[in-house]
Design a protein around this ligand. Structure first.
Ligand SMILES: *Cc1c(COP(=O)(O)O)cnc(C)c1O
Length: 341
């Protein structure tokens, strides 16, 4: 895999750290759990979209775009990171936000990622839940093109073969880090949504023959749909990278048992995982993605899914900014004086 063949803007802080979480590991009494800090990629607090946007936004620049349009859920981390990239590269950014949760909560609708979208200078418009958002976005792009703008559109989550290159590259980075530390990785676990992270990772892992199984924890779609989305994108990404055929269908594993009521609706286990990581490791997960991924990891460890002598890497995909859209879910709004009594 020779990534320099593809246009790329080097804005991410890489390599991200790979660290043990020994207090969490001891508390759970299972394997040794490590964390790959892709929540710390630099721009606008970071997150997993940054690696994808390095390739996507380079393509936008190469095409002479002056306006980038993307879409996501109201508390989309991808939209916020795109707005930050556009700001850094001197482009305008317009975002379509889909109301996937139906929440009327003021923080959910205006704080967290929404606040940062506007802070980075992006404009936004809303859509009700359930529409074909990429089609909505293309229609909006046409109206801007008719006004003479040079528009580059980015699909939800930055998940197309160009964006997934970022995670094929991340697989190579992680394996190099582990080799330098003498660390044998037995499994990689992460939250999977629009599929680009898992698709890129599996292509990278297979292309370098790493022999490390990958487990996605779903946050939205049921298992067959999620795995199909990842598989289709992995095939297209492998072709783009010049290694067609490296990924087999059974390399794609998504556990969707931790979605709960739906996308963007935190489960009790998700909130518990967020508190656990915060209180044992000082690490911030988020209520939509990494919290559910963390909940899956914790539950699978408790169920004995991993052997005690294994090393498990949890890829932290970021998202903590969304916590400020969900403060009500934690019930900490009691006055401090009451807590002291
Ligand atoms: C987008 C996102 C994911 C999921 O990554 P995909 O590539 O969309 O599957 C996981 N965690 C966070 C915090 C995200 O923002």
């Amino acid at each position: 895999m020779h990534f320099s063949r593809f246009p790329r803007v080097h804005l991410a802080h890489l390599p991200t750290a790979l660290e043990p979480m020994d207090r969490l590991s001891e508390t759970l009494g299972g394997p040794r759990v490590w964390i790959k800090r892709d929540d710390c990629t630099g721009l606008s607090t970071g997150g997993n979209k940054t690696r994808k946007l390095e390739f996507l936004m380079a393509e936008a620049a190469a095409q002479g775009a002056d306006l980038v349009i993307t879409q996501g859920a109201t508390q989309s981390n991808h939209a916020r990171q795109t707005a930050a990239f556009a700001a850094r590269m001197g482009m305008d950014c317009h975002i379509l936000l889909e109301d996937r949760t139906g929440s009327n909560d003021v923080d959910y609708n205006t704080n967290g990622n929404v606040f940062l979208d506007y802070l980075h200078g992006a404009t936004a418009e809303k859509r009700p839940g359930g529409l074909d958002m990429n089609a909505e976005m293309e229609a909006v792009a046409e109206t801007f093109r008719a006004k003479g703008r040079n528009v580059y559109t980015i699909p939800g989550g930055g998940s197309n073969p160009t964006g997934a290159l970022g995670y094929a590259n991340a697989a190579m980075e992680l394996v190099q880090q582990a080799n330098a530390m003498g660390l044998k990785i037995d499994r990689i676990v992460h939250a999977t949504g629009s599929a680009g992270t898992q698709a890129g990772l599996i292509v990278g892992l297979k292309a370098i023959n790493a022999d490390i199984p990958l487990l996605g924890i779903g946050v939205r779609a049921p298992r067959p749909k999620q795995e199909e989305n990842v598989y289709n994108l992995a095939i297209a990404t492998a072709e783009k990278l010049g290694c067609p055929g490296v990924v087999a269908r059974d390399d794609i594993v998504a556990n969707t048992d931790y979605v709960g009521e739906g996308y963007g609706i935190p489960t009790p286990e998700c909130l518990q995982a967020i508190e656990m990581f915060a209180r044992l490791e000082g690490i911030l997960l988020d209520p939509v993605y990494s919290g559910k991924g963390g909940a899956g990891l914790v539950d699978l460890i408790r169920k004995g899914e991993f052997a005690g002598d294994e090393n498990i890497v949890f890829l932290h995909t970021g998202g903590a900014v969304a916590l400020f859209g969900y403060t009500g879910a934690f019930g900490y709004d009691r006055p401090a004086v009451q807590a002291a009594e």
